[in-house]
Ligand binder design. Sequence first.
Ligand code: LHQ
Length: 258
Amino acid sequence: MPILVEACPGYRLITLNRPERLNALTVEMADALSAALDAAAADRGCRAVVLTGAGRGFCAGQDLTAIQGMTSAEIAALLDHYNPLIRKLRALPMPVVCAVNGVAAGAGANLALACDIVLAAQSATFVQAFARIGLIPDCGGTWILPRLVGPARARALAMLAEPVPAETAAQWGMIWQAVADDRLMDEAHALAGRLASGPTEGLALIKRALDAAAANDFDHQLDLERDLQAEASATPDHAEAVRAFLAKRPPSFAGRRS
Ligand code: LHQ
């Protein structure tokens, strides 16, 4: 099984499961992960996802044994499996927490960075390993990395392929937080539990607004905020939160309607 899926209260834990290869990506793993995200989206009771890796690594990027001898067309065809996965993660109508338990290299680093909130174990590192083997950052890396860390750091990281320790990644704004190794999964579960009891449709609209902002000018983004705010304000969770505020009690969010 290239991935494992565990149902937790209100969310699912998805584990990349090829620990002997540091969870290096294969087409089978990418397709299984895509299917697991589809299944999470189809389950109304699922309101968040946690993604992590089995063993000592998070994901070492493309499995290099699998691509040896491939033509350039075959290599490009791999991305016809990986790109839909990255798009699916970004568009998933619920938060995705990534718990980076160890090294995240190449496509594995960019898979992590495509998630909504990234926690990393203090011993984890992020490596844009592509240049070491004459390739370019893929799985959205050339888009997301400069937006997270700025163009100067993105360029140097892409060209030098140096590992970035989790603490530095957090200081640079590449990830949300670095946490003690033995706290990583507890923190990830706590975060997912908190998100899973949140206003899920509103959180999904936040994802849409933030992603669209990267391509919009300010004027268009203001218009989009108005439109998405109209959608958010029509959710039962918004009405419940206002009622709860006025009644000075905590809100009870129902989450997803579909
Ligand atoms: C691996 C891998 C691996 C297979 C560790 N494959 N076995 C590209 C092409 C086409 C289309 C799609 O997208 C892409 C995007 C990409 O992702 S390109 C970048 C591919 N990834 C890399 O270049 C990283 C390669 N790995 C490494 O540099 C190191 O393994 C890192 C820095 C990740 C970890 O180093 P260590 O902690 O020293 O571990 P290790 O190197 O000893 O690895 C442990 C085992 O895992 C080892 O196998 P062995 O049988 O000797 O125990 C490695 O061969 C295997 N492994 N990465 N990507």
